[in-house]
Design a protein around this ligand. Structure first.
Ligand code: BEZ
Ligand code: FE
Length: 280
């Protein structure tokens, strides 16, 4: 490398070349591609000094908004479609008969209380519509899996998850772990989930507004399903009647994950949803 006037492309090549020394081949591949694409982006938009600084400030503010319960970087990844892209890259085997996965989201809290099949996860009544979510966990041959764990969490009728409202909702409201019975069945009494805006008081919310986007997610129930000998599944069950199915702000909706919440004679909605797991 000479220090005479360097072109833009020569600078990119030089940064990539220096990364040749990276011992871990995967780290080398990832870093060299990252540098190439980052430089290409700056060259394509002819990034100005002010824009570069605005970007640095945006990322700094995003970092300042990350702690144990708020993860603004994941929200950024989600709203840019990166989380869903990574999900597609790693889990879109169209031949598979398994339930499709989708993003985890920031509101998962591990170690939810164990509940019995048929138990309610409603610990705080804010007027949600009574609902039963039930189904069977199966393997790809359709055989029921008994003893599978179905870990459920979703939002209240106000739109908020328990973790977003400490002191208002009990911490374990609308969360629970269920174990499938001998026929592979689980059953959860709950309330119907509602569409909700993702947290919008940070840099990601500002960016959505500046780019003319809304901040709403289609109504869904989150589920993590696991069983010995099977790959764990992280997914959602979407309410087929929800708004925002076509424009979910984090690109998490998949047709196969939509289900009907059918009104029963007693006014309770019933949503039947089976999960199919793939072997480990
Ligand atoms: C959620 O579904 O809980 C969620 C996912 C991505 C961003 C915000 C919330
Ligand atoms: Fe959610």
């Amino acid at each position: 490398m000479t220090h005479e006037h360097m072109t833009e492309d020569e600078l990119t090549d030089e940064v990539v070349r220096r990364l040749d020394a990276t011992a871990d081949p995967r780290l080398r591949e990832v870093m060299q591609a990252l540098v190439r694409h980052l430089h290409e982006f700056a060259k394509e938009v002819r990034l100005t000094d002010d824009e570069w600084l605005t970007g640095i400030r945006f990322l700094t503010d995003t970092g300042h908004m990350c702690d144990d319960v708020r993860q603004e970087f994941i929200l950024l990844s989600d709203t840019l479609g990166l989380s869903s892209l990574v999900d597609l890259i790693n889990h879109s085997d169209v031949e598979s008969l398994a339930t499709e996965p989708t993003i985890l989201g920031p509101f998962y809290v591990p170690e939810s209380p164990w509940r019995e099949n048929g138990d309610s996860i409603v610990e705080y009544d804010d007027g949600g519509q009574a609902t039963v979510l039930r189904g069977t966990v199966r393997d790809q041959e359709g055989r029921p899996i008994s003893g599978a764990v179905v870990d459920i969490w979703h939002n209240a009728a106000t739109g908020f998850y328990a973790v977003q409202q400490p002191g208002i909702q009990p911490a374990t409201n609308l969360r629970g772990r269920f174990r499938t019975d001998e026929q592979g069945r689980y059953e959860v009494r709950t309330v119907r989930p509602v569409p909700y805006p993702i947290p919008n008081d940070g840099p990601v919310g500002h960016l959505l507004r500046d780019t003319g986007r809304h901040e709403w997610r289609a109504a869904h129930i989150h589920a993590k399903v696991s069983a010995d000998g099977f790959s764990p599944l992280t997914t959602h069950v979407f309410d087929r009647e929800s708004d925002y199915l076509d424009s979910d702000t984090v690109f998490g909706v998949k047709e196969s994950l939509m289900a009907d919440f059918v009104p029963g004679p007693d006014g309770v909605r019933v949503c039947d949803f089976d999960f199919t797991l793939t072997p480990e």
